[in-house]
Write a protein that binds this ligand. Structure first.
Ligand SMILES: NC(=O)c1ccc[n+]([C@@H]2O[C@H](COP(=O)([O-])OP(=O)(O)OC[C@H]3O[C@@H](n4cnc5c(N)ncnc54)[C@H](O)[C@@H]3O)[C@@H](O)[C@H]2O)c1
Length: 267
């Protein structure tokens, strides 16, 4: 993908769309002429937010697999196509103590990891029917660097990044670029509980607009399987994965990976 703006007439879906990143992204996409469908948990406030942004609102709890498919079908029926899916809904643990609260852990993993998997499953065929496009997953820096205060969040975001990288070749083969966005701390409702501490420590946080710029870039010029790190004072940079040591044959040469370990599109 080399274009720097979405094609005219494009349609995008944003999950968790009435939150901080979702709103900033919706504004930017609307300014580029994109039809934006905001999805989020149902509620008067969320419907109003979408209305104020000039976006359609469709209720979606991303942990409901069938509902993800139904929303995509509704978008295709109403707008004739889906070009980009921003799988952005996310939560963090409600408290951070030393107890490993399994209910909390599973709740976070269900939204932040399985919500992404269901979203990809639902959006993939529609984007393919539109001739290809983009899936942009909002992961987090916590998926690349352990978050000691919220292990479930790190597991979910790390899993989402691994999922993006694993799905990238087969999606690229059908014209869809999947990428992960990995912001550091940003000024949205998700940091409400700890915002004071950032201020007291003089620790810089990102604005939602900076992150939304990276999300637009990921659609228009993202590379398949890339994980884009966004940090205050650094900007947006593709994370360089170190890789793992290759297996060696008995004679010490790098072993060739058997065909069965490559997806059909790469054989
Ligand atoms: N703000 C940060 O510091 C930061 C940093 C890195 C990554 N992120 C990630 O960015 C994404 C957006 O978060 P944000 O910062 O805009 O926070 P936010 O709390 O403003 O927005 C999150 C949105 O997700 C929605 N949501 C929660 N559970 C849902 C569910 N089950 N189904 C559908 N929607 C659901 C919420 O209603 C909310 O609108 C999240 O995935 C978050 O983990 C945030």
């Amino acid at each position: 993908m080399t274009d720097t703006t979405p094609a005219p007439g494009s349609v995008a879906l944003i999950t968790g769309g009435t939150g901080g990143f979702g709103r900033a992204l919706a504004r930017k996409l609307r300014a580029l002429g994109v039809t934006v469908v905001l999805t989020d948990l149902d509620g008067e406030r969320n419907r109003q937010v979408a209305d104020d942004l000039g976006c359609e609102f469709v209720p979606l709890d991303v942990t409901d697999r069938a509902a993800n498919r139904a929303v995509v079908a509704e978008i295709e029926e109403r707008h004739g196509r889906l070009d980009a899916a921003y799988l952005n809904a996310g939560i963090s643990a409600a408290k951070s103590d030393d107890v490993l609260d399994m209910d909390e852990f599973m709740k976070v993993v269900n939204v932040d990891l399985f919500g992404v998997v269901y979203g990809v499953e639902a959006a993939r065929p529609a984007i393919k029917r539109a001739g290809g496009g983009a899936i942009v997953v909002t992961a987090s820096l916590a998926g690349l660097s352990p978050m000691a205060t919220d292990p479930g969040y790190s597991v979910a975001k790390g899993g989402a990044i691994a999922f993006v990288r694993s799905m990238a070749p087969r999606l690229a083969a059908e014209g869809t670029t999947i990428t992960a966005i990995c912001p550091g701390f940003a000024d949205t409702a998700i940091i409400d509980r700890i915002r004071d501490q950032f201020q007291q420590a003089g620790f810089p946080v990102l604005s939602a607009e900076e992150v939304a710029d990276a999300m637009v870039m990921a659609w228009t010029s993202g590379q398949p399987g890339a994980a884009y790190v966004i940090q205050p004072g650094v900007g947006t940079v593709p994370y360089k994965f170190k890789g793992v040591p290759s297996a060696k044959t008995a004679s010490g040469e790098t072993a060739v990976v058997p065909e069965a370990l490559r997806p059909p599109s790469m054989r």
